[in-house]
Design a protein around this ligand. Structure first.
Ligand SMILES: *Cc1c(COP(=O)(O)O)cnc(C)c1O
Length: 380
């Protein structure tokens, strides 16, 4: 890698990470439920107005906990957008559900409420919403689609949207539960990590048991029982305090991180939007009423052929790009675990055209200019 290469993603130190990690190790509590985990949990609980937050080893783990909390039964189905990361579906498959894949709508690339309304039937237990790029999906539309089905729960896979808002309300606070990712590739990171956000106080007690390997250890530690025993299913989901220490420093710097990412995303948009028509590509719609989490930026090219050519040209100019997601409904696992086949034409079209530009915490608006220049040159 040459020194002036622009990486697609890059982990960064934003302030107190190294200092906090040393404190965690020297303090002697490095396993789950440590002092840094408590501070992160308090910060997230307050920011999201949650009934409870549990730090996990990944977003996938947090999604698995949402699946356990739904107490899925054989024959149950969960509606998941085809345009998402595999974990949004996998977590429910592991608990025995089958997946019904829904299409996305063009404006936000989030799940299409009209398609959801068509797909809901009496096997549906939950709908999973993803806020792609950190832009709120059509939550009001989903609310209406779910309004006639009180037994169908909304779960937010909020891997992209932490600290984003819709009409002033935090993403991740709309569903019965939501899941966050602190993976290296996400806006706020500790290498590998996640969080389960509980918005229904009725889920807190059981979530604590699942989190403590199926025991009521939490009730014991709170002095509510005099010994702890095995009560339920569960697993070892807890985040090490060494990682929580790293994560606390990232979250304390959340405004600085969001500002840096916003500067890059806004620069891309400013420079590229005026070029789009002439060069035959589309820029994302930035719908009103939403405070973006600025997780990523993409353009829609005219098809996979152009994308391959542009990717190679930009790589030659020292700029790494990527495209996600590969549609799940059309994957081997997706076909195997789907309750039935569904049509997702927008997903297929977008997945063939989308090119993600680098967005990370070490990127500057000057880097963004270089990326835009390379893109424009490749398309010109
Ligand atoms: C990254 C991502 C995940 C998985 O996160 P992990 O923390 O790696 O488990 C899940 N869903 C979406 C939409 C993601 O982008």
């Amino acid at each position: 890698m040459s020194p002036d290469e622009i990486r697609f993603n890059q982990p960064t130190l934003e302030g107190n990470e190294v200092d906090y990690v040393q404190q965690a190790v020297r303090g002697g509590h490095t396993s789950m439920n440590g002092p840094f985990a408590k501070r992160v949990t308090d910060l997230l609980t307050e920011e999201l107005g949650a009934a409870g937050v549990l730090l996990t080893t990944s977003c996938t783990d947090a999604l698995e906990m949402t699946a356990m909390l739904l107490s899925l039964q054989p024959g149950d189905t969960v509606i998941v957008p085809s345009f998402t990361f595999v974990s949004s579906a996998l977590a429910y498959v592991r608990e025995g559900a089958r997946i019904v894949f829904a299409d996305i709508e063009r404006e936000t690339l989030g799940i299409d409420p009209a398609h959801v309304a068509e797909l809901i039937d009496d096997t549906t237990r939950a709908v999973v919403a993803v806020h792609y790029a950190g832009v709120a999906c059509d939550l009001p539309g989903l609310g209406s689609a779910l309004g006639d089905h009180p037994g169908v729960e909304l779960i937010e896979d909020n891997a992209h949207g932490l600290f984003g808002r819709l009409d002033g309300r935090p993403l991740g606070s709309f569903g019965r539960m939501s899941a966050v990712s602190f993976h290296e590739t996400k806006s706020f990171s500790c290498g590998e990590g996640g969080a389960l956000v509980l918005n229904d106080p009725g889920d807190v007690e059981r979530a604590n048991v699942l989190y403590e390997k199926g025991t009521d250890r939490r009730a014991f530690e709170d002095g509510r029982v005099d010994k702890y025993t095995w009560r339920d299913t569960g697993s070892s989901f807890g985040m090490s305090d060494i990682l929580a220490a790293y994560l606390l420093a990232q979250l304390e710097a959340r405004q600085a991180i969001l500002d840096k990412r916003r500067a890059v995303v806004e620069r891309y948009h400013e420079v590229l939007a005026p070029e789009a028509d002439a060069l035959g590509f589309e820029v994302p719609v930035m719908p009103g009423g939403r405070d973006y989490a600025y997780h990523l930026y993409y353009v829609l090219l005219d098809g996979p052929g152009t994308r391959e050519r542009v990717t190679a040209a930009m790589r030659a100019a020292g700029i790494r790009t990527a495209f996600h997601f590969v549609p799940l409904h059309d994957s081997e696992g997706g076909r195997r675990f789907a309750a039935r086949g569904t049509d997702c034409p927008v997903t297929e079209e977008v997945a063939g055209r989308l090119l993600r530009l680098p967005v990370h915490n070490a990127l500057t608006p000057a880097d963004a200019d270089r990326v835009c220049e390379a893109l424009v040159t490749a398309l010109g």
